[in-house]
Design a binder for this molecule. Structure first.
Ligand code: ACO
Length: 255
């Protein structure tokens, strides 16, 4: 995608060898998200160069993302884009449209990459869900997570509910979503929502260390291991050990 298209969608993409960094770049709107941004994110996923192993997702300015652009709820909708959901759409059309929006988030789980959200400040609604769409989350100690959708009469529908429940369990996920409370960095770490918290000034160094560690591992083994781990929650032990055998045979025979 050309830089101008990305800039129009409020994004920046920097590729440095095997590391791609996607930056939400609307700091004056606290990186509020729009359908145009989700479509552009999906296109980044579709066109990612083959050698990219790590995708870093971060936000410019003090907040990771304040969620859906609130202009989406006005009659005029988001400037240049219109409403997120056109009036009069039926269930079938809505299903197709929301699926299209979700494509901006799903590619971050691909086994070929490890995705890392770097969260400073607020991660609200779609911002929280975007962070949850990544494999790993590093947070500054000022990070604040809030699943705000129910307060606006909506549900979280941008692929965030499964990773949240997987991380914290059903009861805690319900409590976080239905009280619409803010989870601060320390609690997010204790609950397993984030893997690391550091003082804000140390965020870039912590990210660099993590990326260096991930890149030390054999690329093929990393892909196969991610694929293996992703299946574990839905498998019985026997199913999972069968997958372990298959992946290991592939490693041994593929060498
Ligand atoms: N959509 C559009 N503009 C936004 C959004 C948003 N989601 N969030 C912040 N902005 C704008 C503000 O209107 C403000 O614009 P202005 O300078 O023209 O007045 C600017 O970004 C800075 O925001 P402030 O509120 O001044 O910044 P502050 O740091 O005090 O607060 C915070 C940040 C907490 C994120 C606050 O802006 C906020 O609560 N935003 C709304 C969050 C929200 O409800 N998101 C929707 C969630 S639901 C979903 O994502 C589906």
């Amino acid at each position: 995608m050309v830089d101008q298209e990305l800039a129009r969608a409020g994004l920046r993409l920097d590729i440095d060898g095997s590391v791609a960094t996607v930056t939400l770049n609307r700091p004056e709107r606290r990186n509020a998200q729009t359908p145009g941004m989700w479509r552009a994110l999906a296109r980044i996923g579709d066109t990612l160069p083959e050698g990219v192993r790590i995708v870093v997702l971060r936000g410019e300015g003090p907040s990771f993302s304040a969620g859906l652009d609130l202009a989406a709820f006005t009659p005029e909708g988001i400037p240049g884009e219109g409403p997120a959901f056109a009036p009069g759409m039926g269930p079938g059309e809505l299903d197709v449209l929301i699926d299209e929006y979700q494509q901006g988030f799903t590619w971050l789980r691909r086994p070929e990459i490890t995705s890392i959200a770097v969260v400073r400040g607020h991660a609200i609604g779609a911002g929280f869900q975007l962070a949850l769409s990544c494999d790993l989350r590093i947070a500054a100690d000022d990070a604040k997570f809030c699943m705000k959708e129910p307060a606006l009469g909506l549900v979280p529908d941008l692929t965030g509910t499964k990773p949240l429940v997987d991380a914290v369990g059903l009861a805690r996920a319900l409590e976080i979503c239905l009280t619409v409370r803010t989870v601060l960095a320390d609690e997010a770490l204790a609950l397993g929502i984030v893997q690391t918290t550091v003082p804000e000034d140390d965020l870039d160094a912590a990210l660099a260390d993590l990326v260096a560690s991930l890149l030390k591992v054999d690329a093929g083994a990393a892909i196969a291991t991610k694929r293996l781990l992703q299946q574990a929650p839905g498998n019985t032990l026997d199913e999972q050990r069968a997958v372990e055998r298959r992946e290991q045979s592939g490693r041994i025979l593929g060498r």
